[in-house]
Design a protein around this ligand. Structure first.
Ligand code: ADP
Ligand code: MG
Length: 500
C-alpha cells in the first residue's frame, strides 16, 4: 500500500495509515540531513494529523517546535511533497503527551517521577503554582533540599545551594545571549533529550553560572525530585583526588553516576588534569549512555581548553555548543535597570545610559555599579542624579588607576610577546612561553587583588607554589637586569595609566 492509498478514507484504520505515512516521511526527512540531526529533532516527533492539505507534525516542547519552524520547514515541505507527490502545508505543534511514548528507561521523566508519569511527563508539565515553587527554592537555596522528606532533588553533594536569584525570570535576554538562553530553556524542558551535552561558553561575568542554575531551577520546578548534581569543576577535581587518596573511588563513582542531571560549572578547569579528565570521561559516558542530561560551562569552546583530551573535546561537541557574548548597549541598559528595580529603585534612562557607556563587557561589573550607586544614594539621602552617579562611581568617570583586571594583564602580555592565551595556560615550559607566563603572574601579583591560588587558576590551574616561584624569579630579574626592569616598568605604567 502506498502512503497515498493509506490515506484514502476507505483505507485501513486511521492509526496504521498514519503510522505508515509517518514512516515514509521520516525516511524522506532522514535523507535530507545528518543522522545526528535526525536523532535530535525527528526521532521522537510524530505525525499528529493530516487533513485537507495541512500536515501536522507534533514535537515535545515549544523549543523543538520553534527550532523546526525556523530551520526545518523547507525540509518538511520537501519531504511531504516527495512522499505525497503534491505540495502540502506543514505545521509543527507541541504535543506534551509525546514523551509518554518515549522509552521509559531513557526517559528522565520515568526515573524522576514514577508516580506522576501518567499525568504528564517532566518536559511537559507547567510550573507548579508559585507557593510550592517558592518553598522548593528556599529549601534548595538553603542547601537543605528537604532531604528528610525527599531523598531526591538537588543533591546534597552539590557544592553550593542554588542561588534563588539565578532564575530564567531574572535573566535579561538580548542578542548576545538569546541563543544560549533558549538552549538552556530547551534543555530544562527536555533533560537528556533536547541537547546532550549542553555546553555553554563565554568570558567571565557574562551569565554562565546564572543560566546553569536557572536550568536547574526550571527542572526542579517541574520535577522537584529530579536528582540534580550541580557543582564547580574544582569540586569534582577535589572529590576525585580525595577519593583516590582515601581509596573510596567506588563511592565516588556511585555518587556521580547515579544522577539524572549533572551540571559542572567551569569545566575548563579540567585543563592539564590528566587523571581527572580520564575519570570525567567515564562519568560522561555512563550518564550519556543512560540518557541523563549533562550540562557544562567553560570560559572557552571545547577545542581551546588547554590539553583537553581529544575524546572529551569531541564528546563535548556531541550536543549543543553555544556561546554567551558580551552584552550590547541596549542589553546593558536593560540589565542596569533590572538590577536596580530588583533592589527597589528605578534608574532613569539617562543614568542607565551613563553607566552602560562606561561598563561595556562584564555583567558582574554592571551589577556592582548599581549596588554601589544605590548604596551611595541611600547613605547620602540624595536622589539619583547624573552628578551623584559621577560621584559614586568616580573610578568609572575619571581614571581607573590601580585596578586593572587580570584580562588587561593577559591582553598586554600576550600582545607584547606574541603568544596565545592558551599557551600561557598550557603545560608548555619552553622559555618562549614560560617567561611571558611568569611575567604575567608577577604583574597580577603586583596590581590585582587576586590570591596566589586565583592567579594560578588563570594559568591553567597551577598551584600557588608555582606562582610564588614565578613572582620571585621575575622580582629578582627586575632588580638585576635593566632590560627586564624597563619592560616591567613599561607594563606597570601602561596598566595603571588612567583610561577612558
Ligand atoms: P559567569 O558564570 O559567566 O562568570 P555569572 O553567571 O556569575 O557569570 O554572572 C555574573 C553576574 O551577572 C551574576 O550576578 C548574574 O546574575 C548577572 N548576570 C549575568 N548575565 C545576566 C543577564 N543576562 N541578566 C541578568 N543578570 C545577569
Ligand atoms: Mg561562573
Amino acid at each position: 500500500m502506498t502512503p497515498q492509498e493509506a490515506l484514502s478514507p476507505a483505507a485501513a484504520p486511521e492509526s496504521s495509515t498514519k503510522a505508515a505515512l509517518w514512516e515514509e516521511l521520516q525516511r524522506a526527512i532522514r535523507s535530507r540531513m545528518k543522522p545526528e540531526q535526525f536523532e535530535t529533532w525527528f526521532r521522537r516527533a510524530a505525525l499528529a494529523s493530516i487533513d485537507g492539505d495541512v500536515l501536522r507534525i507534533a514535537v515535545q516542547n515549544t523549543f523543538s517546535r520553534d527550532w523546526l519552524r525556523t530551520y526545518y520547514s523547507e525540509v518538511l515541505a520537501e519531504s511531504a511533497r516527495e512522499v505525497l507527490r503534491e505540495p502540502r502545508r506543514v505545521e509543527v505543534l507541541v504535543d506534551p503527551e509525546l514523551l509518554l511514548a518515549a522509552a521509559p528507561a531513557q526517559a528522565v521523566a520515568g526515573q524522576i517521577m514514577p508516580g506522576q508519569i501518567a499525568r504528564g511527563p517532566l518536559a511537559a508539565q507547567p510550573a507548579p503554582a508559585g507557593a510550592d515553587r517558592g518553598l522548593a527554592r528556599e529549601a534548595h537555596a538553603l542547601g537543605t533540599s528537604r532531604a528528610t522528606e525527599s531523598p531526591r532533588g538537588l543533591l546534597s553533594t552539590s557544592d553550593v545551594g542554588l542561588n534563588p536569584k539565578y532564575t530564567f525570570e531574572n535573566f535579561v535576554v538580548g542578542p548576545c545571549n538569546r541563543f544560549a538562553h533558549a538552549a538552556a530553556l530547551g534543555s530544562a524542558e527536555a533533560p537528556g533529550k533536547a541537547y546532550n551535552p549542553f555546553f555553554l561558553h563565554g568570558s567571565v561575568g557574562l551569565g554562565k553560572t546564572h543560566l546553569l542554575q536557572s536550568l536547574c531551577w526550571a527542572i526542579l520546578d517541574r520535577a522537584p525530585r529530579a536528582r540534580i548534581l550541580y557543582l564547580s569543576c574544582e569540586t569534582f577535581v577535589n572529590h576525585f583526588i580525595n577519593s583516590l587518596e582515601n581509596g573510596d573511588i567506588a563511592k565516588f563513582r556511585n555518587k556521580y553516576r547515579n544522577v539524572d542531571v549533572l551540571v559542572v560549572d567551569d569545566i575548563h578547569l579540567l585543563a592539564n588534569k590528566e587523571r581527572t579528565q580520564e575519570e570525567f570521561f567515564h562519568t560522561f559516558n555512563t550518564l550519556y549512555q543512560s540518557g541523563k542530561q549533562i550540562v557544562l560551562s567553560s570560559d572557552s569552546p571545547p577545542k581551546d581548553i588547554p590539553s583537553l583530551q581529544e575524546r572529551l573535546v569531541s564528546r563535548f561537541r556531541w550536543g549543543l555548543v553555544t556561546e554567551v557574548e558580551p552584552p550590547c548597549f541596549e542589553t546593558r541598559m536593560a540589565i542596569l535597570k533590572r538590577k536596580s528595580r530588583e533592589r527597589g529603585r528605578e534608574l532613569t534612562d539617562e543614568i542607565a545610559s551613563l553607566l552602560a557607556e562606561r561598563i561595556d563587557s562584564n555583567i558582574r561589573e554592571l551589577e556592582g555599579a548599581v549596588t554601589k550607586l544605590l548604596g551611595f544614594a541611600g547613605v547620602s539621602g540624595l536622589p539619583i542624579s547624573p552628578d551623584l552617579a559621577r560621584e559614586a562611581l568616580r573610578e568609572l568617570f575619571h581614571s581607573r588607576r590601580g585596578q586593572p583586571s587580570m584580562e588587561d594583564i593577559l591582553t598586554l602580555v600576550t600582545e607584547h610577546f606574541g603568544v596565545k592565551l592558551s599557551d600561557l595556560q598550557s603545560k608548555k615550559r619552553t622559555n618562549a612561553i614560560a617567561y611571558p607566563r611568569q611575567v604575567a603572574m608577577y604583574l597580577a601579583r603586583q596590581i590585582t587583588r587576586h590570591s596566589l591560588e586565583e592567579i594560578g587558576g588563570f594559568f591553567g590551574g597551577r598551584d600557588h607554589s608555582t606562582v610564588i616561584y614565578a613572582v620571585e624569579k621575575i622580582q629578582q630579574l627586575h632588580e638585576q637586569d635593566p632590560a627586564t626592569r624597563a619592560l616591567l616598568d613599561g607594563f606597570l605604567g601602561r596598566l595603571q595609566a588612567p583610561r577612558g
